[in-house]
Ligand binder design. Sequence first.
Ligand code: GLU
Length: 448
Amino acid sequence: MTVKVRFAPSPTGRIHVGNVRTALMNFLFAKSQGGQFVLRIDDTDLERSTKAYEDGIKADLEWLGLNWDETFNQSSRFDQYEAAKQRLIEAGLLYPCYETGDELERKRKLQRAQGKPPVYDRGALNLTDADRAKLEAEGRKPHWRFKLSGGRIAWDDLVRGPSRIETSSVSDPILVREDGSYLYTLPSVVDDIDAGITDIIRGEDHVTNSAAQIEIFEALGGRNAAPRMGHHPLLVGPDGGKLSKRLGALSIEGLREEEGIEPMAILSLLAKIGTSDSVEARDSLETLIAEFDLAKLSRNPARFDPAELTRLNARLLQATPFEAVADRLKAMGVDGDAAFWEAVRPNLERLSNAREWWRLVEGPVEPDVEDADYLAKAAELLPGGTLTADSWREWTGAIKAETGRKGRELFQPLRMALTGQRHGPEMDVLLSLMDRNKVEARLKGERA
Ligand code: GLU
C-alpha cells in the first residue's frame, strides 16, 4: 500500500518552527518511500480560522519546498462529520451530556481532593429519557462524548515503539460541543479514513488523543482501521527547557522576511536536531529525503537553538554560487558581480548582510576623520595598481614600517575613514572590492 500522510495545521495563525518540524517529518517519511503528502486545513473553527492564514501557511510551505500532492479543507466536509456523528450515536458510542463547565470543574476538584484521577464519571450515562427531557426544557443543550472501551489500547508507535494507554484513566472525549461545533478529534478520524491515510506522525502531545482516536477509527472503519501512529518528541529551547514563547513563535514568515534565513537552513536544522545525524546544512530536500529514517529520531526532546540556524545559514551562503543569488541580490539593490559575491559570502550570516557590504563598496560613505595627517601619509603608501586581497596586508605593513604605529592606532583610523564607522567588515575584503579613487577620496575625508 502506498504511504500517505498528512500535515493538518489550523489556519488560526501562521506556522512556526514546531509545526514545520512535524510537516517536514511527514513529508520526508512519505517521500523517502515514494508516498504522498496531503495538506489538510483544519478549519472547523469557523470563527478563528481565516483565509488569509490559510494562504499564508500555503505560501510558507511552498517557500520551503514542502509541496503537497493533495489538499482539502475540513470546512467543506461537515456533512461527512454529521454522518459519522449519527453512526456513533446509533452504535451507542456517542452520548449526550449536560454538565456545565462549572459543574465539571467541581467534580474534578472533588476527585482530586479524594486523591482520584480527574476522569469524567459518566454521570450522563445514567440519565433517563425523562431526565434529559427535563434538562432540555430548562434550556440546556447537550455536548457529546465518545464512550471509550475502558480497556487497554496498544499500538506499535513508529517512534516510541510498543505503546499502550489504559483508557480507564482517560475521560471520554467530547467530540461535539453544545453549539454543535466539532472538536478536532472526530473530523480528523473521518478525514483520515476517507483520504486513506496510512501513517499519522505528530507530536508527543497527541499520545492520549491517539488512544481515543484509535477507538474511533475502529468504531467507524472496523478493526485495524487505524493508521500506524508515530509521536515525535517536542522541541525544547537551547537550554533544554520548554521552548520559550519567543522561540516557539519563530514563524516561517518572520524567518523569511525579517531574518532573511534560507529555506534549506530551516529544513536542515529541523530535520536533524534530535536525531543521530550531524546537525549540518544540507543543500537540498532530496538529500534530506535520502537520509531520512524515523529510527534515527531520539526519544529525547530536540533542542532548537536560533544560533544554530544562523550558523547553518552562513554555511549555506558560503557554498552558494553567484548565479543562484544574482536575482535576489539585484532585488535588494546590490549590483555586485561574481567577484563581489565570492569575496563577501564567507562573511555573511544572511543574504541581506550583502547590502551593507555593497553600501561600503559603492558609497557614498561619510568618512570619519580625526587625524588627517596620518591618513594623508597612509594615502601615499597605498599599493599601486588594482587593489587585491593582499593589498590591505601590504598597505598596513608599509604604514607600520613608516609610522611605527601598530594595533588599534594603526588600523582604526583607516577603518573609520573608509567605512565611516568603528566596527564593520573585514578590511582586507573590503579594500579588495573598492575602487582606488574612492579609497583616496575617503582618506581625504571626502564623501565618496
Ligand atoms: N490540527 C491538529 C493540530 O494542529 C492536527 C493534529 C493531527 O496531526 O492530527 O494539532
